[in-house]
Every structure is written in structure tokens, then in C-alpha cells.
Design a binder for this molecule. Sequence first.
Ligand SMILES: Nc1nc2c(ncn2[C@@H]2O[C@H](COP(=O)(O)OP(=O)(O)OP(=O)(O)O)[C@@H](O)[C@H]2O)c(=O)[nH]1
Ligand SMILES: [Mg+2]
Length: 426
Amino acid sequence: MKSLLQTRDTRLRRVFLIGVELKSRTAADIRESLAELAELAETAGAQIAGEGVQKMAAPVAATYLGPGKAEEFAQHCKANGVDAVVFDDELSPAQTRNLEKIFGCKIMDRTALILEIFGQRARTREGKLQIEHAQLQYLLPRLTRFWSHLSRQRGSTGSIGGEGESQLEADRRKISERIEKISSELDKVRRQRETQRAGRQRSQWPLASIVGYTNAGKSTLLNALTGSGVLAEDKLFATLDPTTRRLRLPTNQNVLLTDTVGFIKKLPHGLVEAFKATLEEVVQADLLLHVVDVSHPQAAEQIVAVDAVLAEIGAAEKPVLMVFNKMDQISGAGGLNRLREAYPHSVAISARTGEGMGPLLAELGTRLRPIREFLDLRVPQEKAAVIARIHAVGQVVTRRYSGRNARFKVRIPPHLHAEFAPFVVE
Ligand SMILES: Nc1nc2c(ncn2[C@@H]2O[C@H](COP(=O)(O)OP(=O)(O)OP(=O)(O)O)[C@@H](O)[C@H]2O)c(=O)[nH]1
Ligand SMILES: [Mg+2]
């Protein structure tokens, strides 16, 4: 199916980045944030034409920037052949429109840029649908003439010359229809996934999910552990679709290991929503491996950002093994030592050189051992809610009914054991 949004013709060329230094942010924060924004822009294929920062007490409602500063940046952009201006914070639709008038070029924010990258990189059908859904929802209230290439690519409106309101209205209607259509397609794809997952649930192997900030080395780690050829690159969001491989620990224990999409600060909420289905792998996992790039100056902030996304998808309570990666790349060990003190059962590794893999595997074995233990539960049949809950959170291995009781041999994540304690058969 042809996507309504085609990025090929709209690929960003020369962009100017803008950040705002508010009271709540230090100059260093905004520098790091703009550096990350520049990486995002480059990942999207853009060339950085420059950047500007305004110091202000609070953003201006209509134009985000102060009017004088906006005019100054606009002049600079016009003189330097800038195609798009990217703001580090989310802009309202009205701010975007007003800024477009001042700058006379496309205005984007961090959210739009992240959506652009995801759009360029989505490979699977589900991934593509999820992204298109998030993009269209973002676009709908922001549709202006700078986005109107969308409709012309559909072919049917090739003769439109002027880009008046009616064209915009037609575009809006088409987008709404498309959103509806994608929603129902996504439902279909998700039902198929559910069936696949139900098949896998019957396997007795515990699930571990690799999570972490984008570019932390998640895919490199999966490759190092399982020899799988997942793409690992020095780019943000190299991975979008989850990959699952079996890993056999030195204890002969098997575990299913999943590599999935990376997280980032200010990850658009709509995108988290869109990716919830993909991130089911994370929500279903028995253990999370939280990979951190310890050589990054913002490692601690990145941990906080990842934890925030985990909370948003309902995975805040999962047992986590902190994996401090890229230790081959750090100069002093001070930062690493502080982190290891803060997270007592963590491991330090280099997924690139293989250093620390032994201790990582040992720790994995230790963490997963209790998960391998099965609970033997006897539940009165009238306790339908308990039985439903067992099926929802556990992996039922055998089930027998005798008289008024149902008897389950079931694998339940250790942190939920207490909930079923009243039904355990000694
Ligand atoms: N020096 C060093 N580089 C590493 C290490 N692990 C990964 N890298 C590099 O870091 C970059 C990102 O690695 P990926 O494995 O793609 O990271 P990711 O977390 O999967 O990133 P996304 O999928 O983009 O979120 C690549 O250039 C890797 O070669 C490590 O232990 N040491
Ligand atoms: Mg990856």
C-alpha cells in the first residue's frame, strides 16, 4: 500500500536548529540537548546550517520565541538558504503556523523530526502503519501550505495551482479517512501478533528484553550474545522492529532475548502510544536488561529518560538488570563507579570487545533462576478472577481439573509470587 506521507521527496536538506534557555534549564543542558537534536537531524539526512539559542523567562504564547529574536533568526535563515527550522521543544499548531509566516520556510519541532526518522526507517508492515498513524495525527492540526506536497503526491490533485483553504480542507478530510483506515489495519495486524505471542507463551523459556537509550549498544549486545546479525550502527534509532533470539546460558538455561526500539528524551507521546504494541515485548518480559552507554556525558540523564518511558508503557515494576556498556571507551572510571554504587547488582561490559560478558551471563543466570521455578497452584473453580489472572500473567504448563478445584503448573514472574501464595500447593 502506498503511504500518504512519502519522505523521499521531502527529505530535509539544510536545517537551522533553535533552542530556548529557560530558567529551569542550564546552558549546559541546552547545549547537550541541541547536540542531540543535531544528531537527530543528521540521522534524518539533513545538513546543519547553524543553531541559535534564546534566553528567556518563558516562551511567548504566539510565536514561542520573542518577536525580535524570531525576526533576527529568520533573516539569518533566509540569507543562508535554510529549508527548515527545527525547534528543540514541542510547538503548538498555532505557534508552528505563526513561525512559518515569519521564517517563510518549514517549521518543525523535535517530535516532527523523530517522526521523520521513524518514517524513513520503518521496515515491517506493522512498523510502517504505526509510524504513519503517529505522523498523520501529528500532522492533522498542523497542516499548512508547507506540508501540502502530501496531497499532490496522491496524483489525483495534480492540477491544483493555488493552495487555498479548500485544498487544505480536502487534505484534512483525506488524512482523517486514512487515519481511520490505518487504525483498522493495525487492529488486524495486532490480532495476528497476539496469536503468535500466545504460541510463544506456551514455551517455558523466560523472556528478557533489552531496553535503553538510543545508540546505547542494545543491538550490538544482542549480536554479541547470540551471534545474530541485527543491524547496529552509530545512528539514532537504528532499530525499530523487535528481534527475538534464543540464548543458552552456561547453566544450560534457555532465555529468549529481545532487542527493540531505543528510547530518547522528549519521546513524542503519540509515538509511545503507536509503539505500545511493539513494546509489548517489554511489558511481557520477565527481566529487562537496561543497557547504558557509560561513555556518554549524559548517561545519568539517559537512564532517567528510559525509566520515564518504561513507566509510560506500564513496565516500571519489572525487575531490571543494569548493563553499563562501552566501558572500553571511558577515560576515568569515576562516573562508572558512581553508577555501579547506585545500582548494586549491575554489570559493566563492552559489547564491542566482549569484555564483561562472563559476569553478565552469570548475573543473567542468577536473575532468571527463580523464574524457572514453577508454581503448583490449586484454585477453586469458582475463583474465576484468579484463574483469569493466572493466564494473564503466567505461562500455564499443565492444567487439570479435579472436583471443585483447578490445578495449575505455571511459570509466574517472581515479583508476582506473593499474589498467588494462598493457592500454592506445598
Ligand atoms: N566503543 C564501543 N562502541 C560500542 C559498544 N557497543 C556498541 N557500540 C557502538 O555504538 C553504536 C550503536 O550501537 P547499536 O548496537 O546500534 O545501539 P542500539 O542501542 O541498538 O541503538 P538504536 O537501535 O539506534 O537505538 C554502534 O556504532 C556500535 O558499534 C561498545 O561496547 N564499545
Ligand atoms: Mg539497535
